[in-house]
Design a protein around this ligand. Structure first.
Ligand code: NAP
Length: 307
């Protein structure tokens, strides 16, 4: 536990899965909140949070969890944000900041905004950090180190509230950037949602193969396929909700992807080696710049690393 002055007095985390439990651990480890309250619909999750000792209080009662909370963060699947916001709205304290961690922003804004009481600042957020694991045991305090957290504050959000949420995420290790929800959704459609869709589809194609070929695919999966299986092992509820809630941006990017794929198909059919070489040289440069910007390492871990 750090001895720096906490950024908030009491943070209430709703949904103690991978992200919620990682925020709880990080808030304690880096001294971002004086008190950490956990609220979850599942009694098993709450029992596990108590056993792990990652929150000061764990409760299924919104009134108890939100009492005195100056920061409340929804850490539930995107599709549940509206219903949970409606449920907790009467218990939000005046002056509190309400935030979330959903992987889609415009749909969460549309679902949650109608329930935000006057005097509460709703500032959506999305930490670009995660693993393919779920639940309170999967979280860890360093998940957000050197990762981006994107805030999409409405124009009416008080600057002080945006600054405090920024300070909270910075304290637990993240680098913060702000943008509009629509821009966020388009960028994430390319950087996260499309790659997941491709991974789900490749693994599905392998699954559809005949029995003999399928077992060989698994046996010899030391190459690219294994990395795709890691991505395709991501939480089905979370990813169902992402595709349903970022439909427009995903479909837009998918149609561009299909055009580019058709062009690659033509290059292979025509034996256009120069074209393939030029393309693969450009894509290699993108990989290098990601490593240079500290968003991955060059270590060949074949997808086994966390984050
Ligand atoms: P998770 O590990 O499955 O945790 C979700 C938690 O929310 C579970 O404890 C779940 O309880 C609880 N929950 C579900 N519906 C609820 C409801 N209606 N009321 C109260 N609690 C409810 O998921 P996660 O990976 O932490 O994802 C949470 C959010 O973070 C999602 O919005 C996701 O888009 C976002 N996010 C995820 C990642 C990632 O890589 N995983 C990265 C960035 C952002 P039950 O288990 O009982 O259902």
């Amino acid at each position: 536990m750090s001895d720096a002055t906490p950024i908030v007095n009491r943070v209430a985390l709703i949904g103690l899965g991978l992200i919620g439990s990682s925020i709880a651990r990080a808030a304690r480890e880096f001294g971002a909140a004086r008190e950490i309250a956990a609220l979850d619909a599942s009694t098993e999750v709450l029992a596990r949070v108590r056993d792990l000792g990652i929150a000061d209080e764990a409760s299924g009662d919104p009134a108890a969890a939100l009492k005195g909370a100056d920061l409340v963060i929804l850490c539930v699947p995107v599709g549940a944000c509206g219903a949970v916001a409606q449920q907790i709205a009467p218990f939000l304290e005046p002056g509190a900041i309400l935030s979330d961690v959903g992987s889609v922003k415009a749909a969460v804004v549309a679902q949650v905004s109608p329930f935000v009481p006057a005097g509460v600042s709703f500032i959506p957020a999305h930490p670009l950090a995660g693993t393919e694991f779920s639940g309170p045991d999967a979280g860890f305090a360093t998940l957000f180190q050197n990762r981006w957290c994107i805030l999409t504050p409405p124009e009416t959000a008080p600057a002080e509230a945006v600054a405090r949420l920024t300070a909270f995420w910075t304290r637990i290790g993240a680098r913060v950037e702000t943008m509009t929800p629509q821009h966020h959704d388009l960028v994430l459609a390319v950087t996260s949602h499309l790659p997941h869709l491709i991974a789900y589809n490749i693994v599905r194609t392998a699954e559809d193969l005949g029995e003999d070929t399928r077992s060989e695919v698994i046996k010899f999966s030391a190459s690219g396929f294994r990395d795709f299986t890691r991505i395709a092992a991501s939480d089905p509820v979370m990813w169902r909700d992402i595709f349903l809630n970022n439909r427009e941006a995903v479909l837009e990017i998918l149609s561009r992807f299909n055009e580019d794929l058709a062009q690659l198909q033509r290059m292979i059919r025509r034996g256009d080696g120069d074209g393939l070489f030029d393309l693969f040289t450009r894509t290699r440069a993108i990989r290098r710049s990601i490593i240079e910007q500290g968003q991955d390492t060059a270590a060949p871990d074949f997808g086994r690393g966390r984050g």
